[in-house]
Design a protein around this ligand. Structure first.
Ligand code: C2E
Ligand code: MG
Ligand code: MG
Ligand code: MG
Length: 280
């Protein structure tokens, strides 16, 4: 009986896997066409300075709306883009779009904004990345302070190449943030040698910070670490007022999360954050 059950289990599983592969192939084919078909769009999530309460930056978050498959999460298609090499053109599209939007906003007379761009590990390793960014910055006449690049600890694992790329990026004057800080398995020693500006406290620590003393201890430690090293620190995934109050109490500098705003389309950024609206 056990054997039979095992076998039927296996059959069930393998059929599911086959469906999974088919689904993945379908998405892969569609992803190849996503750029030219204009199906990718950037949303922006406000980042709030906790002392002043002012929104002083945005994180660009990629969205893919497929006409038949519907909304596909970056958690699903970014890994696929990495596996297939499509992360190259997609990543360049993101950088180009952010830079041209910042340029548009300035041309239209809105107050200058800064935007954080996520770089996936593979993208970070690609030759020509820094040159590409430099070119876009020049074309769009950006000030270096307008851009921040987010990388994960996994992308910068103690390698000479990573250090070289970071130093080249840094020499453009842009800022560098460590995304999902505290969730990688890397040693902290890179913080001494790498030109890092910002630690982003991973949202998994923020989620249960009111219930779990260990999460609270980790957050306290990351904030202290950032202060001691002279780095900026921002908490991700803030959804509740009580979480925000706790972060303020602990002298966290900045935060982003649904409590303030979900990621929003460009039109909403302009309407709610860039335009000076007299009398509200
Ligand atoms: P991430 O960079 O750590 O981004 C934070 C994620 O948390 C985003 O999910 C954001 O929408 C979500 N989030 C923000 N506030 C809250 C909150 O209060 N509660 C909860 N539960 N979630 C919140 P999203 O947009 O689905 O992106 C997922 C991941 O996909 C990102 O994680 C990033 O690693 C990757 N990604 C997104 N856009 C890009 C991109 O343009 N390039 C690359 N390479 N990766 C990207
Ligand atoms: Mg990020
Ligand atoms: Mg993150
Ligand atoms: Mg993440």
């Amino acid at each position: 009986i056990v054997k039979n059950r095992g076998r039927s289990h296996f059959r069930f599983y393998s059929e599911k896997m086959k469906r999974g592969t088919k689904h993945t192939m379908k998405i892969e084919t569609a992803l190849r066409k996503a750029i030219v078909k204009d199906e990718l769009v950037l949303y922006y999530q406000p980042q709030v300075d906790l002392k002043s309460g002012v929104v002083d930056g945005f994180e660009a978050l990629l969205r893919w709306q497929h006409p038949h498959l519907g909304f596909i999460s970056p958690l699903e298609f970014i890994p696929l883009a990495e596996e297939t090499g499509l992360i190259g053109p997609i990543g360049e599209w993101v950088i180009k779009k952010v830079c041209s939007s910042l340029c548009d906003w300035k041309r239209l007379g809105y107050k200058p904004a800064s935007i954080a761009i996520n770089l996936s590990p593979l993208q970070f390793q690609q030759a020509g990345l820094v040159e590409f960014i430099k070119k876009q910055m020049i074309i769009n006449k950006l000030s270096p302070g307008q851009l921040e690049f987010e990388i994960t600890e996994g992308a910068i694992q103690d390698s000479r190449e990573a250090l070289t790329t970071l130093n080249q990026l840094k020499s453009l004057g842009v800022k560098i943030a460590v995304d999902d800080f505290g969730t990688g398995f890397s040693s902290l020693s890179y913080l001494k040698r790498y030109p890092i500006d910002t630690l982003k406290i991973d949202q998994s620590f923020v989620k249960d910070v009111l219930l779990d003393e260990k999460d609270e201890a980790i957050i306290t430690t990351i904030i202290h670490l950032a202060h001691s090293l002279g780095l900026n620190v921002i908490a991700e995934g803030v959804e509740q007022l009580e979480q925000l109050e706790l972060l303020k109490l602990k002298q966290c500098q900045k935060a982003q999360g649904y409590y303030f705003s979900r990621p929003i389309p460009e039109e909403a950024v302009i309407k709610h954050y860039l335009q000076d609206i007299p009398n509200g």
